[in-house]
Design a protein around this ligand. Sequence first.
Ligand SMILES: *Cc1c(COP(=O)(O)O)cnc(C)c1O
Length: 359
Amino acid sequence: MSQVYNFSAGPAMLPVQVLKQMKGELLEYGSARASVMEISHRGADFMAMAQKSKQDLRDLIGIPDHYKVLFLQGGASTQFSMVPINLLRGKTKANYAHTGHWSKKAIAEGSRYCEINVCTDSSDNKYTDIDAFANWNIDPDGAYLHYTPNETIAGLEFDYVPEVDMPLVADMSSSILSREIDVSKYGVIYAGAQKNIGIAGLTIVIVREDLMGNVIANQPILFDYTTQTNNDSMYNTPSTYSWYVASRVFEWLKQQGGLSAMAKINQTKAKTLYDAIDGSDFYSNPVTIRYRSRMNVPFLLADESLNGLFLEKAAVNNLITLKGHRSVGGMRASIYNAMPQEGINELVNFMKVFEKENV
Ligand SMILES: *Cc1c(COP(=O)(O)O)cnc(C)c1O
């Protein structure tokens, strides 16, 4: 395999070790004498994998016993609906922090179920800053507070967990498993798998037991967390291959030393890249330093007419998918767990050479 560093925001790079395992096990999985894609989710081989992966995830994050772990379909976007359906519990309002593109989408969907109180709004600073928590306008009658710890598009990340007197709900799609998480601070955590867990098609939900069992009437039965917990995430056929890939990623993470080790590695990776951006007038990042994302690093070239050339030359140097989101422009390097420090070093070296050639 040629050594390409893929900075895609998602679906994103997988650890090479996991890709190799997938290749090796593609035709025959364990004792199944068939591919993991071809076997029943209720058979012994798949059930054993599912059990182990759930335990590995519990061990990695340190999930307390009174939280359930679900392996669902539908992506993070389906949780934009499932959260209000399950968590309103008779209330008519909820608090949402609006800090980026994804929280905006969560708000739009939530507003189909209840009155939304936007308790903080970063849209007027183009999602480059977060208002001090003391200034948030939280409605105490809200059923919960929803926020997005890492906004994938603008590269805006919380460096703290909001403390509130109501269930806290977090869309961790682009930051889960990148550092330690104190699950006890949350009511619900959810994440689509295709950024930091594995491949598209799987959504992990971690939900506190006491929040279940009071859903809005007449909603799809699959959208009830209770249906899913009572059936071990197998009320219907789960996304079997995505689940399997996640299980391999969890094993890989354990081998790396778990989330505290990943946090250190990710910290160093991000610092390497932000130092390079800040150390030059050729590149810039507009996000308030404190809230810069360690997972998604957007950067702009001072001369935007060089964007096309930058991307072209980067690709020749095996650095791919660096184009920024159209709403931000410029570049974006997504540097999830699977991106090694070497990939960042290669990118930074390339940026320096490109600057010299084009100032
Ligand atoms: C990618 C992303 C989503 C959307 O995920 P889907 O699985 O495509 O629904 C939602 N929230 C965040 C923070 C994301 O990064």
